[in-house]
Structures are given as structure tokens and as C-alpha cells.
Design a binder for this molecule. Structure first.
Ligand code: SF4
Length: 300
């Protein structure tokens, strides 16, 4: 029996669905029932009837699915697949700033641990962050954990006093403006599409800035035939599926998330066979982390 056959056998026996983020390997995306960004996948997890969710992504994504679907079993193919940025905020600093600014709103990017979310007033995704920050009545905003996304939001909401945290995604942070300029010289007709986790000098070179889903939608709708992509390159699979006649080039560096690439078909089959690596959340943390997510749904 091939690994894929084994995986499908266990998927059926465990009444499971497979969710995969755009950044995992192509073979994993092909085997999934749904492919998307983390927020879309969490909503699917809550909506689908299956009792088991095999979440092919990093651990904060599995946590988000569990926060919204407490009665389902959420399994991770590899529990060591973790996003470094999701941990990059200091709770002591949040508490200090709350004392300093009476009307502070702590805005937490959804790419964060469940624990960090419990300290936030509202969560945001890369697609709704600007809209939600602008709609808040608070003047002082502490944006965690990603500084680059925070600076991008600040550029769209100049009326707010934004306080930045020094977290970052190493994959997007490594994309250099000079690489984008070089790619543009090599492909002058190409449009530059980047994720707002990139640094501001890269963002300023872009024709479009948005989430992974936004980049896919933009490229699909655009009349351009060539694109320079500034995000993790796992997204190329979906871009090429939807746009077989268009050309896509990497913006620069390696653009590869080593944690996302830990997910393999073998680990997926093993997790389902043995019901391995279930996401477990303390109920108090789950309830507290759910509030900023619900606030996001209300404002977004
Ligand atoms: S691409 Fe960046 S933000 Fe996404 S999981 Fe990897 S390190 Fe985290």
C-alpha cells in the first residue's frame, strides 16, 4: 500500500478531513481536502462535520482550529513544526504598556500562540488588519508580534499612535529590496506581489500587498502574465494550479519556511493511524483566546 493509500484509509476510518496551509509541500497540498491560509482553514475546521481534523501547518494554526472547534480532535502531523514569530512578544511589556496608556488596544496578529492571544483585545489577519485597527476607538495601539505587519498597518492608519514589537517572520524578513529590484530588472513586465510580513522597503516596491489568499486572487484576476512573488514559495503550487499560463518568479532569497516543510505524507498517515499529536488547550486559555478572535469576526 502506498503512503497516500494508507493516508486515505486512515482518513476514512478516523472520520477525518485534511487541512493544509499554502506553505506546506506540494504533495501535502495535493492530499488535502482544503488548502488555504490559517484563518480560512480554522473556519473550515469549525464548519465541517468530521470529528477529526488533520491540520497540516505549524502549531499555532492547530491551536486556532481547536479554539474555534473544541469538540473536535485536532491532530498535527509534526508537533515540532512551530512558527518562531508566534512566540515573539513579551507579556511583561504588554502589561507595562497597559499601565502606561489608559486606552491601549493590544492588537494581535493571528500568527501567534493561544497564550499570547489571551493578552490581546482583538486579533487580526494580514487581510483585515488595516480595517480593524482603523475601526478601533483606541488611539494607542500595541501591535504584536510582527513588527513588519504593524508598520504596514501604521502606514494605512496614520491617525493612530502605533507601538511596535520586535517580532518578525524570518522567511519574509530575509527578502531584500535589492533582490526585488534585480528580479524586476530581469522581468520588467512582471507585477510585484508581496506579503505585508515583508519589510517596508520591499512593500514599497510592490504593485500589490496582501495575504497569501489575496496574492492568489490578485494574480488570478490580473491581466498581467508575469509576477514576482514575495512570500513563502509553497504558494506557487496554488498560483500555478489556478494560472497555468502565467509565469511566477521568486522575489529573492530562499523564501522557504523550514517548519512548514516538516509536514510529510508519512507523518500525516502516522498521525491519523495513531491519533498522534492532538492539540490540547487548557479550557481557561481557550476561552480567553477565543474572545479576541470573536472580536475580530465582529469588526472584520
Ligand atoms: S512563514 Fe513565517 S510566519 Fe509563516 S509559519 Fe513560517 S516562520 Fe511563521
Amino acid at each position: 500500500m502506498s503512503t497516500l493509500e494508507k493516508l486515505n484509509k486512515w482518513k476514512k476510518e478516523r472520520d477525518a478531513i485534511i487541512l493544509a496551509h499554502y506553505y506546506v509541500d506540494e504533495a501535502v497540498q495535493k492530499a488535502a481536502d482544503y488548502v488555504g491560509d490559517s484563518f480560512y482553514l480554522s473556519k473550515i475546521a469549525a464548519k465541517e462535520k468530521a470529528s477529526t481534523i488533520l491540520y497540516c501547518g505549524v502549531s499555532f494554526m492547530g491551536e486556532s482550529a481547536k479554539i474555534l472547534s473544541p469538540d473536535k480532535t485536532v491532530l498535527l502531523p509534526d508537533k515540532t513544526a512551530d512558527c518562531p514569530m508566534a512566540h515573539m512578544a513579551d507579556i511583561g511589556k504588554i502589561e507595562k504598556l497597559r499601565k502606561e496608556y489608559e486606552d491601549l488596544a493590544v492588537v494581535c496578529y493571528i500568527n501567534s500562540t493561544a497564550l499570547l492571544k489571551t493578552y490581546a483585545d482583538v486579533c487580526v489577519t494580514s487581510s483585515n488588519a488595516c480595517k480593524i485597527v482603523s475601526s478601533l476607538p483606541n488611539q494607542h495601539i500595541y501591535f504584536i508580534p510582527d513588527e513588519n505587519l504593524g508598520r504596514y498597518v501604521a502606514s494605512k492608519a496614520p491617525e493612530k499612535h502605533m507601538i511596535f514589537n520586535d517580532g518578525y517572520c524570518h522567511v519574509h524578513n530575509e527578502i531584500q529590496a535589492q533582490d526585488v529590484v534585480r528580479a524586476k530588472e530581469a522581468h520588467p513586465a512582471a507585477e510585484v506581489l508581496v506579503h505585508p510580513e515583508c519589510t517596508m522597503d520591499v512593500v514599497e516596491l510592490a504593485d500589490y500587498v496582501g495575504s497569501t489568499s489575496g496574492i492568489i486572487e490578485y494574480a488570478t484576476a490580473s491581466r498581467a502574465e508575469e509576477f514576482i512573488i514575495g512570500t513563502e514559495l509553497g504558494v506557487l503550487y496554488e498560483l500555478r494550479q489556478k494560472n497555468p499560463k502565467k509565469c511566477f518568479y521568486a522575489a529573492g532569497g530562499r523564501q522557504c519556511c523550514p517548519d512548514m516543510k516538516l509536514i510529510t505524507l508519512e507523518k500525516m498517515a502516522y498521525a491519523l493511524e495513531h491519533m498522534a499529536n492532538p492539540v490540547e488547550l487548557d479550557e481557561e486559555i481557550r476561552q480567553k483566546a477565543k474572545k479576541p478572535l470573536e472580536k475580530m469576526l465582529e469588526l472584520g
